[in-house]
Write a protein that binds this ligand. Structure first.
Ligand SMILES: Nc1nc2c(c(=O)[nH]1)N[C@H]1C(S)=C(S)[C@@H](COP(=O)(O)OP(=O)(O)OC[C@H]3O[C@@H](n4cnc5c(N)ncnc54)[C@H](O)[C@@H]3O)O[C@H]1N2
Ligand code: MOO
Length: 324
């Protein structure tokens, strides 16, 4: 049961929920905490955030306060390597405790959000996470909610992890840089530092870089020699498009035992190639990876680092939302 009381008459009463203040561009957050006992000096501040009335609450059996509902959903959905804190403004946030690739069971998330008055809002599956990153926000929509709805969330959650974090492997990576302009020293190599920085963010490292020209055999041999000297992955840079000097795709084809895809429905990064030589992934990185902050490489690299073997049909699915 909830009853409305004018703020002027509410001195000495307890707030039934957190109250939010928003100042555009400056502040959005909790102005008053649930349970706060209203004092005479609070009244102007309450009126300033538009509260002329407050609720006085008496929960009936089978009814939960929004904070209790959020806490119970937090406990049900928090899996390994995640944490959450007490609710703020009726919402609990799940956060990653370690870096890794987020996996979301999309169908069961959908089932939970089909429960009326429940909102479980997550990052997209396959999002790379750093420690401390948010994974999901959980809340009941009304101030009080039927306990049965929260129990249904708990039932769906008990079928297995709705959210999981796959750790990143720490790979030893070889870089094969193609292009006569780099080999002859006409221009300075910009690919090496670029991919080194991307890999280090995930805890992997470049064990060597071979600067070769545009000859197919040289590119192929460089890939094979990296594998023989213990590389877990090889990145080939440049020479991925349609000029007569663009020989990298052909060389990767010769070194590979499986070509997953040459070309991806992602822009930028449509000229990227992914292949495997045995278990070792080989990427062909087009020139845009030096230039653009986020490309198809940034979509696939975290998945490969999390130990997933990417398939052709998964690549094809990237077209939806692939215009970055
Ligand atoms: N007619 C077409 N033009 C282009 C196509 C196409 O399909 N048809 N594809 C476009 C796409 S997409 C990309 S991305 C770019 C570049 O593709 P490439 O991987 O073939 O890049 P390169 O030709 O090797 O080099 C382009 C540019 O970048 C410079 N470069 C290359 N490597 C390095 C390096 N290690 N350090 C610094 N700079 C480097 C190179 O000198 C060129 O200036 O093609 C589009 N065009
Ligand atoms: O599509 Mo390219 O490989 O710019 O980006």
């Amino acid at each position: 049961m909830k009853k409305e009381v004018r703020v002027e008459d509410a001195i000495g009463m307890r707030l039934a929920h957190d109250l939010t203040r928003i100042v555009p561009g400056e502040f959005k957050g909790r102005a008053f905490r649930k349970g706060h006992v209203i004092r005479e000096e609070d009244i102007p501040a309450l009126l300033n955030i538009g509260k002329e009335h407050i609720y006085i609450l008496e929960l009936s059996a089978g009814e939960l306060h929004e904070d209790e509902a959020a806490m119970r959903m937090g406990r049900a959905l928090c899996s390994d390597q995640m944490r959450f804190e007490e609710p703020h403004e009726g919402k609990v946030v799940l956060q990653a405790e370690r870096p890794g690739l987020l996996k979301v069971d999309e169908e069961r998330l959908f089932a939970i959000n089909m429960i009326d008055e429940i909102a479980v809002v997550s990052r997209k599956t396959d999002t790379p996470l750093q420690a401390g990153d948010k994974i999901a926000g959980l809340r009941a929509i009304p101030l009080t909610i039927a306990e049965a709805k929260v129990a249904e969330v708990e039932r769906i959650a008990s079928e297995g992890d709705l959210f999981a974090i796959k750790p990143f492997r720490r790979l030893q990576v070889g870089v094969v840089t193609t292009g006569s302009e780099v080999l002859t020293g006409r221009i300075e190599d910009k690919f090496g530092p670029r991919v080194r920085e991307k890999l280090e963010r995930f805890g992997s490292q470049v064990i060597g870089q071979q600067i070769v020209g545009d000859r197919v055999e040289d590119i192929e041999n460089a890939i094979i020699s990296f594998q023989e000297s213990g590389a877990d992955m090889v990145l080939c840079t440049g020479g991925m498009s349609v000029d007569p000097d663009d020989r990298t795709p052909g060389a990767i084809r010769r070194a590979a035992t499986e070509v997953v895809s040459y070309g991806m429905p992602v822009l930028p990064g449509s000229m990227m190639m992914l292949a495997y030589r045995g278990e070792m992934p080989i990427f062909g990185l087009p020139g845009c990876v030096i230039f653009d902050e986020f490309t198809s490489f940034d979509i696939l690299l975290p998945r490969v680092l999390a130990g997933e073997r990417v398939t052709r049909s998964e690549v094809a699915r990237l077209g939806h939302g692939g215009l970055l």
